[in-house]
Design a protein around this ligand. Structure first.
Ligand code: ATP
Ligand code: MG
Length: 313
């Protein structure tokens, strides 16, 4: 659905995008992750037909950006990183205005506005001033706006930035719903874990280059972050640690004291087929008593840092 081939964009001498090759299939929710200045907005603006490539090619739904823009535009909904201000307009008027811009008329327009208000749960704000909306609500309104013409592809530039945790979750749920409805979504962020749960695939971009593209689980493997398990035993943590160190498939074992409590941190190689239940089995067989065992949420941030620092290739 979205494809770029050696997509390059320069601003003067600065190479903002450097031979970017993206492939996003229909129905995917693709997370586009990178630090500030990586080239996310530049890519999204090109895909939104607002910026021309300096070199290379970008296609949306098979059509070439820069040559078939008029045909591409009805298929895309673009939510920019900053929304303009629309003082003196209430939410329903705002949507009605954009629906008119998208060429919807009469009952068609009325229905479209009603549908998107419901989908984005903004019905109760239909008569509120746009300028007075909280950031979370105005982000939902931005999304509502680009849904009016029922596009196949949504391009969202950091829609969750500046939102509180609750509003982030609401946006995430809304995007999940839109993905379930069959929309192909490209969403950028500089926070990996924010996208991990939502996205089917992710791409990591830094200094205009794509460092990785694929499934989230593949990123973790590539960064060799491994899986961490915390375990507490009633006594003799050090002896228990020594026992575990000898187990094949366990990469490292550390005894850590936190808040006067000793625990054992175990890292398992992500590529090994090691079964975690082996850990309690081994300990119990040797007479150790376990008081708690907990798997740690795999650390995506660590994976991201390792990938963007060029620690791996
Ligand atoms: N209009 C412009 N003129 C000159 N340089 C630009 C322009 N827009 C972007 N750049 C530069 O291009 C590079 C990529 O910028 P871009 O905005 O695409 O990054 P980004 O990944 O969206 O960053 P952020 O996370 O800060 O939004 C940066 O070095 C930026 O300074
Ligand atoms: Mg940006």
């Amino acid at each position: 659905m979205i494809q770029t081939t050696n997509l390059t964009r320069k601003y003067g001498d600065l190479v903002a995008l450097d031979n970017l090759n993206l492939q996003i299939d229909e129905g995917e929710c693709y997370g586009f992750i990178g630090p500030n200045g990586a080239g996310k907005t530049t890519t999204i603006k090109i895909l939104a037909t607002l910026l021309k490539p300096s070199w290379g090619e970008a296609r949306v739904d098979g059509k070439v950006i820069g040559y078939q823009n008029a045909e591409i535009r009805p298929s895309i909904g673009y939510v920019p990183d900053f929304m303009g201000s629309y003082d003196d307009m209430v939410v329903r008027e705002y949507l009605d205005f954009f629906a008119t811009c998208y060429g919807l008329s009469g009952s068609q327009r009325h229905r479209a506005v009603g549908d998107v208000l419901e989908l984005t749960e903004l019905n109760y704000k239909a008569n509120s001033q746009v300028a007075g909306l909280s950031r979370g609500m105005s982000q939902r309104l931005s999304i509502a706006r680009v849904l009016l013409h029922d596009p196949k592809v949504l391009l969202l530039d950091e829609p969750a930035s500046g939102l509180d945790p609750r509003a982030r979750i609401e946006i995430r749920e809304l995007l999940k719903e839109l993905n379930r409805m069959g929309k192909t979504i490209l969403i950028s962020s500089h926070i990996l874990h924010e996208l991990a749960e939502l996205c089917t695939s992710v791409g990591i971009i830094e200094q205009g280059k794509l460092l990785f593209s694929g499934k989230v689980s593949d990123i973790l493997d590539k960064a060799k972050v491994g899986q961490v398990v915390h375990i507490e035993v009633t006594q003799q943590s050090k002896e228990a640690a020594t026992l575990l160190r000898a187990v094949e498939g366990i990469r490292s074992v550390d005894v850590v004291t936190e808040n006067n409590r000793e625990r054992i941190d175990i890292t398992i190689d992500s590529e090994s087929a090691f079964d975690q239940s082996e850990i309690p089995n081994r300990l119990i067989a040797q007479g150790f008593r376990i008081t708690s065992m907990q798997g740690e949420q795999i650390n995506l941030e660590t994976a991201f840092m390792r990938l963007t620092k060029g620690l791996i290739n």
